[in-house]
Design a protein around this ligand. Structure first.
Ligand code: SAM
Length: 199
């Protein structure tokens, strides 16, 4: 059966503002590992506009066929096919990342999986490498009604232990895994880009 090319309207809306952040932060050439690439749209957009980066998209097995339709069509020399990486598994593909990018993934996982996520990211990053996390975060509670609705939907439809994280919880867990917070950039629609450096 043919797989349809997946489309995320959220990616269409947010890829421009995220690209501006990445242009400022990812000036030095290097390897990027994207965790939870979803449809693959972000990978194509960012690899196309940041040709000094080698962009390795990854996701759970069930997302790879769809993402690879986008990646094959784009035919970019800095964008290889997406690889399988499930952050709940103890063995991650061996990849050295100067940068890790992950958008809208943390709140889709049960909270308990956050430890493995940040541990794996920290191990994958080279010394002084950066993590760029994009998504909605609570700041002593929801920052908008839309984020409150998203949280309720995640807990009902995805997993009862999934949902938005308090920024302070993210900062504590990243610190425990040697990732020092560098920047918190407010993004449209009550999202943020958080940038960390492996210390
Ligand atoms: C809402 S989608 C975001 C996709 C894309 N990054 C974006 O911003 O459009 C959530 C993503 O989290 C990924 N994800 C959830 N649990 C995961 C896990 N255990 N390991 C790897 N990725 C996971 C899903 O596979 C999915 O691609």
């Amino acid at each position: 059966m043919a797989i349809e090319k997946p489309i995320s309207q959220a990616c269409v809306r947010n890829q421009g503002p995220i690209l501006e952040v990445l242009k400022n932060h990812m000036k030095t050439p290097g390897n990027v590992v994207e965790i939870g690439c979803g449809t693959g749209q972000h990978a194509v957009h960012f690899a196309r506009h940041l040709p000094h980066l080698y962009w390795q998209a990854t996701d759970q097995a069930s997302w790879l066929k769809g993402a690879n339709i986008w990646i094959e069509e784009a035919n970019l020399s800095n964008l290889p096919p997406a690889l399988c990486l499930d952050v709940t598994l103890s063995h991650w593909p061996v990849l050295d990342a100067d940068y890790v990018f992950s958008a809208n993934v943390l709140h889709y996982m049960p909270k308990a999986q956050g430890t493995g996520y940040f541990k794996g990211i920290s191990e994958m990053l080279v010394s002084c490498g950066s993590l760029i996390l994009y998504g909605p975060f609570n700041q002593q509670g929801y920052t908008s009604e839309g984020n409150a609705r998203l949280d309720s939907w995640l807990k009902t439809d995805i997993h009862r232990d999934a949902g938005l994280w308090e920024l302070s919880e993210v900062l504590e867990l990243t610190r425990e895994h040697g990732l020092a917070a560098e920047k918190d950039i407010a993004m449209p629609a009550n999202n943020n880009c958080l940038i960390f450096r492996k210390s």
